[in-house]
Design a protein around this ligand. Structure first.
Ligand code: PMP
Length: 394
């Protein structure tokens, strides 16, 4: 028995996939033409699996802001927020995030993953409780582990189950954080946030919402699911990422609790990692401003999501329950999912292949994500490629 023994099943799974001609960790974007097209393995493809919801990665203003910041402040901060890694831009972005959410405080982290690690481990510790939806992202699970708190899970979006588990906590409710996502990253469904907020009002505790996939997507001003559902006052902490609608990389938390400021001192994933580069911060600031000034992007995104969801439903595919830009095409058999993923790539469509254990229910799926930058013709091309898949794979 060696340290590598636990990697053996992974090696075997990888070999099985390779034998079928699938090496999904070897998809190389050899040239990126736009927010929606790239050359992948020598072929021009439509990108339908990038989380580039507003298509801002190629926005000229964002690119210009990024280039100007690199010229004036250099390529990287080479240090953490606590040391030399806090520049004017980091503070300006924190202020802009707080204003955008109408919140008192904001903290910028290096990625969305790090934001979840940093917030959960900074807020909770041994003796506290973190109550998470079973479908929460890996970074939420890992943040819970890092905290040392007791981790309890409620069944996905099952408010009765949450209610029952919160009731059992008794006095411990005052040391409990409930964690949900705005749009769940795999099935693309919305959290039952209005009902969850009502349960939180009934028992107490704190509510954290990861709006990674809903920032810039949902709500009148693009603030996410809590805004769309009208329950922002019940949310104690919003966390999110810059790596999806904002088209860069980084993470954040906003809150009205003044204690958020103290997380900067309590959170090792904040203190001991380098901060986002000046270019990253500059393009993120521009993208955040564009969410406010270009609501038509959200409208385009919604129309594209509806077009693809409708088209795939009519073809008989099993999708997630909600129409959002994350469209999960569910497949019973992993073999059919591999084969379909490969055929789509040959037909010029890139989607995400998601296999167990990354899927919520042990099935497999082709996860599509739609962008405001997709044209009607591109959405139709995606639908047509799915139409060419054999009927018995649906
Ligand atoms: N939270 C959720 C719900 C996510 O889906 C992701 C990324 N897929 C993250 C956090 C992590 O974000 P980042 O890519 O910025 O690390």
């Amino acid at each position: 028995m060696t340290i590598f023994a636990k990697l053996k099943p992974l090696a075997e799974a990888r070999e099985r996939l390779a034998a079928m001609g699938v090496d999904r960790f070897n998809v190389v974007m050899e040239e990126v033409y736009s927010a929606t097209e790239a050359r992948v393995n020598g072929r021009r493809v439509i990108l339908a699996g990038t989380n580039n919801y507003l298509g801002l990665t190629f926005d000229p203003e964002c690119i210009e802001a990024s280039c100007a910041a690199a010229r004036s402040a250099g390529t990287g901060t080479t240090g953490s927020r606590m040391a030399n890694g806090t520049l004017d831009g980091h503070l300006a972005l924190e202020k802009e995030l707080a204003d955008f959410y109408g919140c008192r405080e904001a903290i910028v982290f290096s990625t969305g993953f790090v934001a979840n690690l940093g917030m959960l481990s900074g807020l909770a510790g041994p003796g506290d409780v973190i109550m998470i939806d079973t479908d929460c992202h890996a970074s939420i699970y890992d943040g819970c582990r890092l905290s040392g708190a007791d981790i309890l899970r409620f069944r996905h979006n099952n408010v009765a189950d949450l209610d029952k588990r919160l009731r059992r906590l008794g006095e411990r409710i005052h040391r409990t954080i409930i964690v949900i996502e705005g749009i769940y990253s795999m099935l693309g469904d919305r959290a039952a946030i209005a009902e969850i907020a009502a349960v939180k009002r009934k028992y107490g505790g704190y509510l954290m919402v990861d709006e990674a996939h809903s920032l810039g997507v949902l709500g009148e001003r693009g603030r996410g699911l809590a805004e769309e559902a009208g329950v922002e006052n019940d949310v104690d902490f919003v966390v999110g990422t810059f790596s999806k609608s904002l088209g860069s990389i980084g993470g954040f938390c906003v809150s009205n609790h003044p204690e958020l400021e103290l997380i900067r001192y309590a959170s090792r994933p904040y203190v001991f990692t380098a901060s986002p580069s000046p270019a990253t911060i500059a393009s993120t600031r521009k993208a955040l401003a564009l969410i406010g000034s270009r609501p038509e992007l959200r409208q385009r995104l919604r129309e594209n999501a509806e077009q693809l969801y409708r088209g795939l439903t009519a073809l008989g595919f099993r999708l997630g329950p909600d129409v959002t830009p994350v469209i999960a095409v569910r497949m019973e058999k992993a073999e059919a999912a591999f084969a379909a993923w490969k055929q789509l790539l040959v037909e010029g469509i890139y989607v995400n292949l998601v296999l167990p254990p990354a899927t919520p229910d042990g099935g497999s799926m082709l996860r599509c994500s739609v962008s405001a930058a997709h044209t009607v013709e591109q959405i139709e091309a995606i639908r047509t490629a799915f139409e060419h898949l054999p009927a018995d794979w649906r």
